[in-house]
Structures are given as structure tokens and as C-alpha cells.
Design a protein around this ligand. Sequence first.
Ligand code: MV4
Length: 505
Amino acid sequence: MPKIRKILIANRGEIAIRVMRTCKELGIATVAVYSEADRSALHVRMADQAYFVGPPPSRESYLVQDRILEAAKKSGADAIHPGYGFLSENASFVRACEKAGILFIGPPASAMDAMGEKTRARQNMIKAGVPVVPGTAEPIATEEEARAYAEKIGFPIMLKAAGGGGGKGMRRVENLQEFSSAWRGAKGEALNAFGNDAVYIEKYLEKPHHVEIQVFADQHGTVVHLNERECSAQRRHQKVVEETPSPILSPEMRAKMGAVAVQAAKAVNYVGAGTVEFLVDVHRNFYFLEMNTRLQVEHPVTEWVTGLDLVALQIKVAEGEKLPFTQAPTPHGHAIEVRIYAEDPARNFMPSPGRIQYLRVPGGPNVRDDSGVYAGYTVPNFYDPMISKLSVWAPTRTEAIARAQRALSEYVVKGITTNTRYLKAIVGHPEFVGGDYDTSFLTREHNTLLGQDDPQLQEVALLASAVFAHQRDQKRAKTLPQKAGAAASAGGMSPWRLGLRTRRR
Ligand code: MV4
């Protein structure tokens, strides 16, 4: 197979830059694509060549297959790296690349087909002997059938869209009374999100952990796993903090889950980088959830503890090379990644696009900042507001937490609001430090993480200030002759002055 000489990166932001960095190190030329909103984006500046692909909405630019392929042909690129999101898990795009004679750096379309739909993936995994969450393998035709099945396996159950993952078209159902509205809700949302209203049932797992296994396969039948990532710190199905190793996995469980992930990848003839996601229940049983057929956002933590460059491996596998190992490397030390978003946690995480007036990124030993922005850059409001991923490595988890906090303290972004303070609160929270946080952690600790104290304490502060003000007014009334305006100036004492701050600044 010939060597790749030029790669078009069909993406934007930090991941486009991440891919280009490895290309440069490998002596491979890079081609960027950009929308109208990304003319001055960093990924365009860093590429050797750049092609305009359309208006700001990604439907009209980054997702238009013909535009991307046209840019690839014009530029003379021999391969396309899709990054994550956009066209990265689109089997029809993989086929279009093949037809155009351009190498797609990723798995074959058939593997995407086998894993794309949740019910099909479940069927394939059951056939391969991979444990899946107890439930139906097929979509359920009628509400009556669904009710009967739910009664059989017992409440609570989860209705899930067959068409796709990511928490859309998902409803927890507690009892038969709730069933009808949940059934209609899940179906409606599924149709809206995936153009397919098929729904199936799973047993509901209480407070599961989200643990995923990185897998890698070459074109010669070798499939290995590269250990796990703990991704239970999520908000509305968006990961916020990831780490490896998972603080809840024993070496035995790591080996077991790794072997099952390899089994899953082999069953669909996987090639390249992939991730097998599992839910881990309170008894530490693990169940296949879905497979992501792409390089993931959180891949840097795996790179930290394995010493590998996953993008370089993807390129070598696409060129037909054999994987340079046949066994999972033992993880070395501990890595944590936090996602820096242009958003305001205090305003319900509203995106905060705008011009970055000043930027100082953290540095020092074992700190990595995968950024997609620069000082003077205006963050557009058309795309995901993640502006950077900060990741750190240390010999132990305790040291990695301290390093993450230190690095976050160094992060300065002026002009837009970011979530750095929220991230610091997460990695400093006793539950995170303790290492046994599940997927309910961020929702449950929401107020604490936003720096808002217990609402009951806020009420105590308010009452105390009222009592204080009343006593003071009584005293004044006794000792001072009443003057005009005195009553007004003796207004309520602010809770701030009692030292009971209701909100950290
Ligand atoms: C579940 C579950 C409990 N029981 N399935 C959410 C996203 C989607 N990929 C699967 N999800 C869940 N599926 C059963 N049978 C709980 C979740 C879930 C979750 C999973 C992973 C990470 C974060 C989560 C947050 C809430 C719920």
C-alpha cells in the first residue's frame, strides 16, 4: 500500500489542529476546510492549504459530502481524516470516499452499519457473546406489547430509541401509570432526532458508571484494547471530565472488559480506532452500551498513560501497516482531561461566544492544552462551544488531581465566559477525589459545583440578618432621638456582612 502524502481534515477547531500536528510530525501535508464563519479560525491558519466549503451552518458546509470530496480532489489529498462529529460516523460518506478513490481514515462502512443502530448493535453483540443491558433485541411494535414486556422484566425500565444513542429518545419509566406518556414521548423524540420512531426496552440500571474501552484494529486481523477511560462525570449526556485508569476498575476487571471490547470489535470486522462504551452497575457488572466508530474527544488521556500517538496509529493502520503491539500496554501513571467550554455555568451553561481579548494557557510539566483558539479570535456561535481540552499526567491519581487544579488556576481567558471555575470545583469535589462518582454526580451536586450553598443555609442567613437588623433598630430607638431618614438607613443587614456568602465570586 502506498504511503499517504497529503491528508484533508474534514473538521474544525481543536480536533482539526490535533490531527494536523501529527501529520506535520510524520511529514504529511495538511488540507483544511472551512465555512464562512471559520475564515480566521486557527485550523485554517495551521494547514498547508485551505478550501472554503460553504455557509456557517454545518449542514451547508462541514456536512456536505460533495463539497468535502471536491476539496480533497482539488487539493490532491490522498486521504481524509474526519475527526469526531460531522461525517466521522457516516457510512455513506465512507462509501463516497471509496468511490472517489480517496482513503477514509477510519473503519469500513460495514462496521459503522453494524454499530450505528442501537438494536442492530445489540443483536450483533448478543451473537458475539458480549453482555448487553437486559432488554429486548428488537424494537417493540405496540404499546400493549411494551407494557407486557415491562411488567415481565419489572420496573423501572428505560425506553430507548432504536435509531441512535446519546440520550435522545430515552425515557425512564417507573410504573404502568406513566407508561403511555413515556411511550409517546420517546417515540416522538426518536422520530425527531433520528427520523425513526422505533423504540425498545432495557432494564433501568441505577446510578451506573460510564466506562469505555479504547480499541485498535489493523487490516491484518490484530485487535487490541488500550485500556479504559472513566467518563461518569457527564452533564446532559455531555462528558465534562474524563480520566484513566478508572478509579473503580481492578486489574482483573480491566482485563475482562478489555477482552470483551476486543470481542465486540472483532465481531464487526473493525479496523482503526474505536471505543466500546459500557455501563457498570453498582455490583460492578458491565454491559455493552454502544460503540463509537471514531477517534474520541477524550483520546488524550489514553495517549498520556500509554505513550502512544493515536492519530499516528490511525494513519499507519490506514496505510496498511501492522499494529506495533499485540497486547494492551499496562497503563503508566494517571491522566485527567477537562473540557474547556465557552459557556456560562451560572446562566444554565448558556454558550458564551465572542472575542477572546486575552489568553494565557497553562504549561509546566505534564500539562497538555489541545486548543482551537487564540487571543484575538472570535468564537463563533454556530458550533460546539468547546474551545480547548486541558489534560494532565502524574504518577498517581492524587497528584494528577493536584496538577489539574494547578493547571486550571493558570488558565486565563478574557472577553468570554468559560467553565474553568466549574471544572476546578468538580476535580476538587470530595466525591470526585474519592474516586467513586457515578453518572448522577454532576446533576446531584449541581448547586455545590456552581458555588451556591445549600438553599436552606441561604434562608438561615436571611433570617439572621433580619433579626440582627431588628435588634439594631430597637437599640437605636432607645438611645438616639428619632431623625428623619434614620429608619431608611437602618434597612436590612445584608447576608454578605454576616459572612454567610450565598454565592462564591
Ligand atoms: C441507561 C441508563 C440506565 N439504565 N440505560 C444515557 C446516554 C445513553 N448513551 C445511555 N444512557 C443511559 N442509559 C439503562 N438501561 C443510564 C444512562 C445515563 C447515562 C449513561 C452514561 C453516561 C451518563 C448518563 C447519564 C444519565 C443516564
